[in-house]
Design a binder for this molecule. Structure first.
Ligand code: NG1
Ligand code: MG
Length: 549
């Protein structure tokens, strides 16, 4: 796909003649015509994401441009990540009919090219922001469209408020919004850690903005999609939506969430050994939207509660100052508090890396090893707050606000979670150093091996401290290493889904065969879909709108 390079935070590309003449686009337009009697007015596309600790993009036989690596489960803790987009995506074909009556609701008809997804229709009326009900306890494909739509629509409400100040005018929906006929086609494997849900929500945000003739600014679309996906019941960070919208074919993006969303391309110097990234699906389906209360949202809660206690420990008796304490949401905030606190003690210029190291030490002494009950959390906080944290209700109000439902029966494993997050955030910084061939992280050896080691360290930490791996992912990553990968790890939230492995190019073919023999053929008798389970991939382009069919 040839799409002109756009600046990371600029506008989404709208192309009149760029729709690739592939079978997939052709079958989508044909199915759309069959169903609605006309060609789609446009097709919005947004890709899935995979993120490895580190990867490059190759041109011909030398390596010159990209580095991508990221931290797992640290985006919602406020730390930077560096993901890349897969070349699999969600396409949304749309026709737009103006709604000429302000009294009539706008009708959105959703269809899917895959008949296993039943049609769905929803409506919304001017000024009624709650009319799009999303029941996050019901797992329904159309929810993700509603999420993307509702994310945009809420903007409308804000827009009315901000209009006087001239902010956010670009995401205004028309009043009334147009009727839409929609057909979706996706080829990102669902529940596999490749962010099929985010690709869908992002493509929707783009489609809805385009249908309403809004300006397609990447940053506002990304924020819309992040907010929108949370309506599905997962307190996600923003990595998936950021990369899905903003990925550029000519550079990788370092995405920062702190203090505000920003993205910058990261280049790496030439290295000597060709390689490929190979995605391998464990075939264990892990859908965060179904299991959030026991895994993803629980991790968000654990890291936030831990941030409060660790932050209180850094602040010492200043913690009882509600202003100092209130700003503490994430472990990244704790780093800031630590750096500021050191400055008051006369220690200037504390770097993020050294703050992370100091907090790693503090973590080991502040928390005990076992699981924390609500009462244990209260007791820990009371040390810093005296009597003012007498009830779990206070803890709830301050720390779990917005996390959604979680099961607390197993307690909160605070020390291990913090250990993972701080270590993973540090690895992200170390990867940057390896990219820049910079000491002390880069030891001057084989870059691929150093990167592979970082991927393996990430997998180990996910498995032992964050407990987001599973026995199949452990087995598969070990097999991948035995089969020629220099590094292998889970990708995505975990608990199932895909792995990503860094494989020297000369081994790619034998690598794939060994993994098929050692994993897939032992589990499945029918291997006809094996190419969808294990494949080499290259970084793809982000959100685009194709027009003129
Ligand atoms: P996946 O599993 O790809 O949906 C999720 C979150 C990310 C991030 C990772 C863990 C969503 C939409 N995305 O990714 O924000 O926290 O887990 O690193 O929930
Ligand atoms: Mg997802």
């Amino acid at each position: 796909m040839t799409v002109p390079t756009e600046k990371a935070l600029d506008k989404v590309y709208i192309g009149a003649s760029l729709a690739p003449a592939t079978e997939r686009y052709e079958s989508l337009t044909a199915a759309f015509r069959d169903r609605f009697g006309v060609n789609p007015g446009f097709v919005a596309r947004s890709p899935g994401r995979w993120y490895t600790i580190y990867c490059f993009r190759s041109y011909a036989h030398h390596f010159s441009d990209l580095s991508i690596r990221s931290g797992e489960h640290i985006d919602y803790c406020g730390f930077s990540v560096l993901p890349m987009a897969v070349d699999r995506d969600v396409l949304i074909a749309v026709t737009v009919t103006p709604n000429t009556s302000a009294e009539e609701p706008s009708v959105i008809t959703l269809t899917n090219i895959d008949s296993k997804y039943a049609d769905a229709v929803f409506t919304h009326s001017v000024g009624d922001k709650n009319v799009i009900a999303i029941d996050s306890s019901v797992h329904e494909w159309s929810n993700y469209f509603k999420c993307g739509y509702k994310g945009s629509k809420i903007r409308l409400t804000y827009f009315l408020f901000f209009f006087a100040q001239g902010v956010h005018e670009d995401l205004r929906l028309q009043t009334p919004a147009p009727h839409l006929n929609v057909m979706v086609s996706g080829n990102v494997p669902a529940g596999a850690g490749l962010s099929s849900s985010s690709a869908f929500v992002c493509a929707t945000a783009v489609a809805v903005a385009r249908s309403n003739n809004a300006t397609l600014t990447k940053q506002t679309l990304t924020e819309t999609a992040i907010r929108g996906e949370r309506y599905a019941g997962v307190q996600c960070g923003g990595m998936d939506q950021s990369i899905s919208i903003m990925a550029s074919p000519s550079s990788a993006l370092l995405i920062q969430f702190h203090p505000t969303l920003s993205a910058s391309p990261v280049l790496i110097p030439p290295i000597t050994r060709p390689y490929k990234f190979v995605i391998a699906n464990s075939l264990v389906t892990s859908d965060k939207h179904v299991t959030a209360a026991r895994n993803y949202n629980l991790r968000v809660l654990e890291t936030r509660v831990a941030a409060s206690i660790l932050g209180a420990a850094v602040l010492g008796h200043d913690a009882s100052d509600p202003v100092a304490f209130k700003g503490l949401q994430t472990l990244r905030d704790v780093c800031d508090v630590f750096i500021a606190h050191q400055a008051t003690l006369g220690v200037a210029d504390v770097t993020l890396v050294s703050a992370l190291q100091s907090l790693e030490t503090l973590n080991e002494s502040v928390f005990s090893d076992g699981a924390y009950t609500r009462e244990d959390v209260v007791v820990s906080l009371q040390k810093y707050f005296g009597g003012s944290f007498a009830a779990w209700a206070d803890v709830d109000a301050v720390f779990s606000k917005g996390v959604g439902s979680v099961y607390l029966d197993g307690g909160l494993a605070l020390k291990k979670r913090v250990r993972h997050v701080l270590g993973e955030a540090k690895r992200v910084l170390e990867f940057t150093e390896v990219c820049a061939l910079q000491a002390p992280t880069y030891k001057g050896g084989d870059v691929l091996t150093e990167l592979g080691d970082l991927m393996n360290a990430s997998q180990a930490s996910c498995a032992s401290d964050f407990n987001c791996s599973c026995k199949e992912l452990d087995e598969l990553t070990a097999l991948c290493r035995e089969s020629g990968a220099v590094g292998s790890r889970l990708t995505g939230a975990g608990w199932g889904g895909c792995t990503v492995s860094l494989v020297p190019e000369e081994f790619v073919e034998s690598f794939i065969q060994k993994v098929i023999d050692g994993y897939y053929s032992k589990r499945e008798s029918d291997l006809s879909n094996v190419k969808d389970w294990i494949f080499a991939t290259t970084p793809g382009v982000g959100a685009v709108v194709f027009e003129d069919f």
